[in-house]
Design a protein around this ligand. Structure first.
Ligand code: 3EB
Length: 341
């Protein structure tokens, strides 16, 4: 049996930790609201979120889990130009909803969302977004001459071009299609930047050829961030893409295998570049899977358990992916306590 290095972090080891809480234990969240950075519920009904709680209109597959971000130190909450946030000494966690109808296009709405997001992060003293999650309805639909995902990429690209002086770090990201609701974004930002990690099997998204998206998607494959006593690796949504081309159209299990190969390559690359002990996807702290067809759910879980000796806690959601030929996407988080040096 391989020895797995995944461990529960010790108190104070990192500025926050994330786990998945069974939905029937949601009541526990109100026991200690002062240490709650965020809780995220994925639910097919597009309900209004409670203060400090984020709702994303996506159907959970299998066990219903709440994503919980907890801080070791007390958090402060606030609002800034439509963004709700919570923060501790080290991190800012924010979220915003934008109604597309208030803007002339998805490009314009995304541009505004990113301007606000970066302005809020700067105002609060956390100018470097490390990880951003984007949710948009009808991601594969068309918007004038562009696909909606391309329109989103264009708005984000235009905004980040202007914001490059604030932070040169391209955050890790996910961009997922919902089946209703507004443009929703949540993010994690820090006072100091982390480092980008790219995937040796994939062309960097910001270098994708223009026919794929006239303005390229600006995100990095992963961001590594060293905290005082811990190191985090935030892995972007990863799909069955080699080079810049999608592989195994319409073959969900082949896509799953390719995606795991991509994740393995990324993790070992990160382990070569930085002093991390992680060597394989087995050792990640958390996984999240977005699956286009709910009916693929059981086959995916079976194959995942076959491929991984000890799969990390995994949240499965029904979500659409930015290319219509993609069946699934996987993101991950890794936490490692720093060794004394
Ligand atoms: C890809 O690798 C798949 O536009 O923010 C994954 C993660 C993908 C993030 C984004 C897109 C994004 O191109 C799609």
């Amino acid at each position: 049996m391989p020895e797995f290095r995944r461990r529960t972090p010790a108190l104070g080891a990192s500025p926050f930790y994330v786990n998945y809480l069974p939905f029937d234990r949601a009541g526990e969240l109100s026991n200690d609201p002062h240490h709650l950075l965020a809780s995220i519920r994925y639910t097919a009904e597009d309900t209004d979120s409670m203060p400090g709680q984020i709702t994303v209109p996506m159907k959970p597959l299998g066990k219903v889990l709440i994503e919980v971000w907890r801080s070791w130190t007390p958090v402060e909450c606030g609002h800034d130009d439509g963004i709700s946030f919570s923060r501790n000494e080290d991190v800012l966690f924010g979220h915003l909803y934008l109604s597309e109808h208030d803007y002339e296009s998805l490009d314009a709405a995304t541009f505004t969302a990113y301007q606000r997001l970066y302005a809020c992060a700067l105002d609060q003293g956390f100018p470097h977004p490390l990880r951003i999650w984007n949710f948009l309805p009808d991601i594969n639909g068309r918007e004038t001459y562009l696909e909606r995902y391309q329109a989103f990429c264009q708005g984000r690209h235009r905004a980040l071009e202007q914001l490059a002086t604030q932070s040169r770090l391209l955050p890790a990201a996910s961009a997922i299609g919902t089946r209703g609701g507004d443009l929703r974004i949540y993010f994690l930002a820090a006072r100091e930047p982390g480092n980008q990690v790219e995937n040796p099997r994939q062309i960097s998204a910001f270098h994708y050829p223009p026919h794929y998206s006239p303005k390229s998607p600006v995100f990095s494959r992963a961001v590594i961030k060293r905290w005082n006593a811990a190191t985090h690796l935030y892995i972007s949504g990863t799909a069955s893409i080699v080079g810049y081309k999608s592989r195994h159209a319409a073959d969900t299990l082949a896509q799953l295998d390719e995606t795991l190969n991509n994740l393995e390559a990324l993790v070992s690359h990160a382990g070569c570049l930085y002093p991390l002990s992680i060597r394989s996807v087995n050792e990640l702290s958390l996984l999240k899977l977005y699956v286009r067809m709910a009916s693929d759910h059981e086959a995916i879980v079976a194959r995942l358990n076959e491929r991984l000796d000890a799969a990390p806690p995994t949240l499965l959601l029904q979500g659409d992916l930015c290319r219509s030929d993609l069946c699934l996407e996987i993101e991950g988080l890794y936490t490692e306590q720093a060794t004394a040096n």
